[in-house]
Design a protein around this ligand. Sequence first.
Ligand SMILES: Nc1ncnc2c1ncn2[C@@H]1O[C@H](COP(=O)(O)OP(=O)(O)OP(=O)(O)O)[C@@H](O)[C@H]1O
Ligand SMILES: Nc1ncnc2c1ncn2[C@@H]1O[C@H](COP(=O)(O)OP(=O)(O)OP(=O)(O)O)[C@@H](O)[C@H]1O
Ligand SMILES: [Mg+2]
Ligand SMILES: [Mg+2]
Lengths: 466, 466
Amino acid sequence: MAVFEEISPADFFYRNRDIAGFSSPSRAIYSTLRELIENSLDACEAVRVLPEVRITLRELRPSPTGAFFYSVRVVDNGSGVPGDKIPQAFGQVLFGSKFRLKQTRGTFGLGGTMAILYGQITTEMPAHIVSSTGDRYIHDYELMIDIQKNKPNVLRYKVHTNRDGWHGTLVEFTMEGDYTRAMPKVLDYLKQTAIVNPYADITFVDPKGRLYVFERTIRKLPSPPKETLPHPYGVDAETLYRLIAMTNTKSLSAFLMEHFHRVGKSLAGKVLERANLDPNRSPKTLTPSEVSDLANVMRSFEDFLPPDASCLSPLGEEILEAGIRKELNPEFVFVTKRKPSAYSGYPFIVEVGIAYGGGIPRTGDIVLYRFANRIPLLYDETSDVSWKVIHNLMDWRYYKVNPAEDPLAIIIHLCSTKIPYKTVGKEFLSDRPEIEREILNGVRLAARNLMLYLMRKRRFEIGKKR
Amino acid sequence: MAVFEEISPADFFYRNRDIAGFSSPSRAIYSTLRELIENSLDACEAVRVLPEVRITLRELRPSPTGAFFYSVRVVDNGSGVPGDKIPQAFGQVLFGSKFRLKQTRGTFGLGGTMAILYGQITTEMPAHIVSSTGDRYIHDYELMIDIQKNKPNVLRYKVHTNRDGWHGTLVEFTMEGDYTRAMPKVLDYLKQTAIVNPYADITFVDPKGRLYVFERTIRKLPSPPKETLPHPYGVDAETLYRLIAMTNTKSLSAFLMEHFHRVGKSLAGKVLERANLDPNRSPKTLTPSEVSDLANVMRSFEDFLPPDASCLSPLGEEILEAGIRKELNPEFVFVTKRKPSAYSGYPFIVEVGIAYGGGIPRTGDIVLYRFANRIPLLYDETSDVSWKVIHNLMDWRYYKVNPAEDPLAIIIHLCSTKIPYKTVGKEFLSDRPEIEREILNGVRLAARNLMLYLMRKRRFEIGKKR
Ligand SMILES: Nc1ncnc2c1ncn2[C@@H]1O[C@H](COP(=O)(O)OP(=O)(O)OP(=O)(O)O)[C@@H](O)[C@H]1O
Ligand SMILES: Nc1ncnc2c1ncn2[C@@H]1O[C@H](COP(=O)(O)OP(=O)(O)OP(=O)(O)O)[C@@H](O)[C@H]1O
Ligand SMILES: [Mg+2]
Ligand SMILES: [Mg+2]
């Protein structure tokens, strides 16, 4: 007889922790550090503060499985978390502040909690969280996660007076891991994070006591992404339903103008005409099939205005080129920032850089660097949409480029209010057609510029010979 | 000011449907069909019935995004679902009957619900479910999912008298998809499903009205996997905590013997001695650090008995070889079933087949077929642990095999009470060390047998020349 049960989302990720990126002791170290660092960078940018992130990883003792127990500690000077929200922010899965339509590194509401959960199941020790938003109090928690209920369990809570007006967050817990195996990827992650976040000061003390310092190279934060309305292109019926349920607008025309990005009276009129709906009707009177028709029209309507980029925070060509030159020391660099586009209602911008020669090694293939919302992606590159573009969709011979012989690197940064990660561990991007097209066009433009450079170079060298 | 929210698991997978395998209209067709077929095969095996699964995909009309709207319908003669459980089984994410320690295709409690959710958000139409467990009633539901609450919304419920004692389930709903793009993978999936489930009758009517029939080639079900106790090797403290919370045993010794697989009095005694715990203590008196010590000892204890395979249902060498010969028509086949092993408390068995020559094409690389719990895995092979073993860990030259030139296929089947999928879409397996080791040893044994065959063959051909 079948036994039916329901499980909490924390229990789901406990049972399937491979899915969240915690598949082995070395991968757990990488995933833990990246989740905490990304939380810290988000928190600093949220309050327009130049980030200072201090990471310490201390080896405690060997673990029974041939790995080690570590103490992880990450401190930042960011927004902090309100005292009453700390238990859920860190002790409940699918709880967070980043479900809004704004570009942030975090998006699922589970990364930080997952790291703490993994630490808990491998060491049975509580997590220590200290945080203040800069007001009069510093909140000091010791907590564990009730995995079956997906609820925090506060073991101890102290409040300190905040004499210096400190703001920020300290997260500290023990976990089993394998830093020796994880080290190359961890250092790679820190290095590439520094490239695309040049305004951040990051320090890392590793288990051997070695200190790594990534000093900021610019003192200016990028312009902050603003929260935005959903873009009408690609909206589905569920989104429409939710907006209709909570709207105060009294007419369909006002409904479209109020709740969608860059929809004015005349555009709203055209959309409603095509959907055969009276612009003056109250949105709450629509039947399910009328909602479905409206969604279908909006998904095929070609004349919406492209999103403006105010909800996005691209690197910009200057920062991207400077980072490429500093790290790769190439002979030739070309960078391009594509115009804003949208998929399924989410605005996005693709930035592409191409680098040739100089310090770039000949590896027999193009070296691919991938970034999403300023996060370096270091795993599963062959499953990523960028890989597909470069290896399956680009015709390099047309550009007189031979990927097997030329020393070539391609850098791709995607920023969006929702990055279409294929995995919970944020390892690679799914091949959404609109995004694939933008990456392809960006790489083609970059390839064309490389081709012109190489032609001039070869002509020059031929000229020299004569 | 940060706005904190919590979202339901249905909402999580709605917002991140790429993660569940619904990343494009063509992928959605594949994911929907596979999730429903796997549910049907599980349901038939659960009541020891030779499976009959009828799949119909009808094209309704074009969709606004250049894809199409389809009606999907899957009928089986399996266990059926109890009437009062149908709404949650199909309308709630993380609800199901496969959270037990028994080999089943389903494991997450969300595949079927996700398919219905995707149909709902693309067509705004309800799903139609008809099911009976073979008793006096047939339950007939029309339902939708309240995504924000993760709860089913029953629109209509009828009960019919079950005159013929029918048992089984019919699932029917509309969705947007792209069958033309999905077709090669869908047909591949059906073909490979038929290979590793030769006792199943599967028919598929595609949108063009073409009928595909996969007749059963054997009339005998594999011996049914039994539900099992967790294997003690690799158990973590959270598992111990839950068992302690619900145990009725009065001593630690009885606790270990009662709740773990193949633990007898003397083994329990050795484990407790090493953990410095009195075997007569009540389990509920353990402190957190004692639970942690016990987990650590159990995770490093080398002398647990290997799991018996009663909770597993491998293909068996006969079925695996027959399937390989029928499909690939090779000159040489070798198959091996490894002994049961365990990772993190979950028993597993690896089965490896190698096929050479004959009908196997020379593709410049080894053709890899992957299966997990009798499910074909058709995506992301380069991220899979089997790919890593074959391409990074195997030294083929040692076996006088040249993967780039020899016509070679490798077939790997992993069965376990928990398959370590790296993704919710069940695309590829994570590289758990114990599983990687078993696959590597199986492939080595297969390669050694191929080497002996090729040596005899070449000696024979050299002999013929003289
Ligand atoms: N260092 C920090 N400073 C300020 N707030 C934080 C910090 N770390 C976590 N938070 C808060 O806790 C919430 C939950 O964090 P968590 O990492 O679990 O999810 P997320 O960052 O929202 O999404 P993701 O799973 O994609 O990382 C965040 O949304 C944020 O509000
Ligand atoms: N055709 C069917 N016959 C009988 N029971 C079914 C059928 N389809 C679904 N169910 C029941 O509904 C539950 C939920 O199905 P769902 O596919 O959402 O999750 P699952 O199969 O348990 O796990 P997974 O997400 O890995 O597929 C199943 O556990 C099963 O009990
Ligand atoms: Mg986070
Ligand atoms: Mg299922």
